[in-house]
Unconditional design. Structure first.
Length: 88
């Protein structure tokens, strides 16, 4: 089953925690961010825990606040505002 098919048939999308930068990078690279946004617009429920909640907001900037998540886990330019703009 493809990722897109799994997202489309889900009534609820649960995204757990972990490193926000790792999660957001891979959601963007896989296209999951756009799949989830489209599915939620159609009525699916989104539930995020920790990093999963942060990526649902306007920006992942809160992940920088206390230094709990290491942005160097992925090779990305986190100074680029387009990179930190999240799903919300």
């Amino acid at each position: 089953e493809t990722l897109a098919a799994a997202v489309r048939r889900a009534d609820c999308v649960w995204v757990s925690g972990g490193n926000t930068f790792f999660l957001w990078h891979h959601m963007q690279q896989s296209g999951m961010d756009e799949m989830v946004k489209a599915h939620v617009r159609k009525g699916a429920l989104y539930v995020g825990c920790s990093a999963g909640a942060i990526v649902a907001g306007q920006s992942i900037e809160t992940a920088f606040w206390k230094g709990w998540d290491d942005p160097s886990v992925v090779n990305a330019d986190w100074g680029d505002e387009r990179r930190i703009r999240a799903m919300g």
